[in-house]
Design a protein around this ligand. Structure first.
Ligand SMILES: Cc1ncc(COP(=O)(O)O)c(C=O)c1O
Length: 379
């Protein structure tokens, strides 16, 4: 039995399924409309810019964390970004300020450095750190002790500097509104004095709003309750992952099958290190279509091996219903958010093409990544 799902899609290829994106956007729109909250897409988590015109119909814009992200938002969504950088660079600042409508500063010293270069049309804010987070993985936790991200209560004056109009916090990752409720409680306890002086509060990302278990109505009630307490505040959420969650896959193909001491590895034309770095960084085991991530009870077990030379570029065994063969397609699910954004050209391995299965289910090839792109990044 040959595993062949698509005969018109080149391998490897990141493929967005437009209908799934629309389903996510409908959920986010429902929240926006019922909770008086602005929702932005955070480019660090989702930058599939072919879909920006569609996203613009549903959301309130986008958030950037660098000049390049702000430029992509301006060029492809046609709006000015809500921008936050851990540190703005002197050489970039004027350009970034020209294409941003909100600028959030990570420290008072950054604010002091740049406050005189900001035009009055830009609304400025400070990032606060409530020193509370329920994220277990330290590398993803901006509230760890000694974090460089945001100002803790002891660092922020009771009376905010003139010109500061907003606050931003970001301390969540793939979490629900019950976590947000506890975070908001801490934010109120620590920053009430500042909250009453500003006119917007950006609650960052990490809101897994489009996950099937997310209690959307609890979020709406929570935000509406918060709004009653602080009616002067424009509330903002800037999820990245929730936009692209479950909206597409990475198609790959088995190139060879090797066996060493009873361990069979199917070597693919993709790399975990270069094309799915989160799988090794977090780490997590991605779902593969029609395969079990738990191979314990499977007759046909295979490691999936990357095409780079890194020894650890593989995923431990998956269970399949039948033996794998060279030429079989292996589909990694849910690869359109952080995965795509974080790819590299490590080892010079071919970068996956990029395409979309449109609303009608027809495949459109959007981009192939040529050798020149690899060469250009080196010298
Ligand atoms: C400041 C800020 N906003 C938004 C996000 C997006 O988070 P997520 O993609 O988890 O929703 C991040 C992620 O790191 C962030 O640092």
């Amino acid at each position: 039995m040959k595993r062949q799902y698509y005969d018109n899609i080149p391998s490897p290829c990141f493929v967005q399924e437009e209908n799934k994106l629309i389903s996510n956007l409908e959920i986010l729109k429902y929240v926006r409309e019922n909770a008086q909250v602005q929702i932005l897409v955070a480019l660090k988590g989702y930058a599939f810019w072919h879909s920006f015109p569609l996203i613009k119909k549903y959301l309130d814009g986008a958030s950037a964390s660098s000049l390049f992200e702000a430029k992509l938002i301006y060029e492809e969504m046609g709006v000015k970004a809500h921008t936050y950088c851990p540190a703005y660079l002197k050489d970039d600042f004027e350009e970034i300020a020209n294409i941003s409508k909100h600028l959030t500063f990570n420290s008072l010293s950054q604010w002091e450095q740049f406050k005189n270069s900001v035009k009055s049309s830009v609304s400025c804010g400070l990032r606060i750190n409530p020193e509370y987070s329920e994220i277990d993985v330290p590398i993803y936790n901006p509230a760890v002790q000694g974090s460089r991200l945001g100002m803790v209560k002891a660092m922020i004056p009771d009376i905010l500097p003139e010109g500061i109009e907003g606050l931003l916090f970001h301390v969540m990752c793939e979490q629900d509104s019950y976590v947000l409720e506890r975070v908001l409680q801490k934010v109120k306890e620590k920053f009430h004095k500042q909250l009453i002086q500003v006119n917007w509060l950006n609650m960052g990302g990490g809101h897994w709003i489009t996950d099937k278990n997310y209690d959307v109505n609890h979020l709406i009630n929570l935000l509406n309750k918060f709004h009653l307490e602080y009616p002067h505040l424009q509330l903002i959420l800037e999820p990245g992952e929730a936009i692209g969650l479950g909206t597409g896959f990475l198609l790959s193909t088995v190139q060879d099958i090797v066996e060493n001491n009873g361990i069979k590895t199917a070597i693919l034309d993709v790399s975990f290190s270069a094309h799915m770095p989160d799988t090794l960084e977090m780490p997590y085991k991605p779902n593969v279509r029609d395969a079990s991530t738990d191979a314990a009870n499977s007759q046909f077990k295979y490691r999936l091996g990357g095409i780079s030379c890194l020894a650890g570029d593989y995923m431990s065994e998956y269970g399949f219903e039948a033996p794998l063969q060279i030429g079989d397609q292996i589909i990694f699910e849910d690869m359109i958010h952080y995965t795509m954004v974080k790819t590299t050209l490590f080892n010079g391995v071919k970068h996956p093409s990029i395409g979309v299965l449109n609303k009608e289910g027809e495949f459109e090839l959007l981009r192939e990544i040529p050798y020149e792109y690899y060469k250009y990044r080196l010298s």
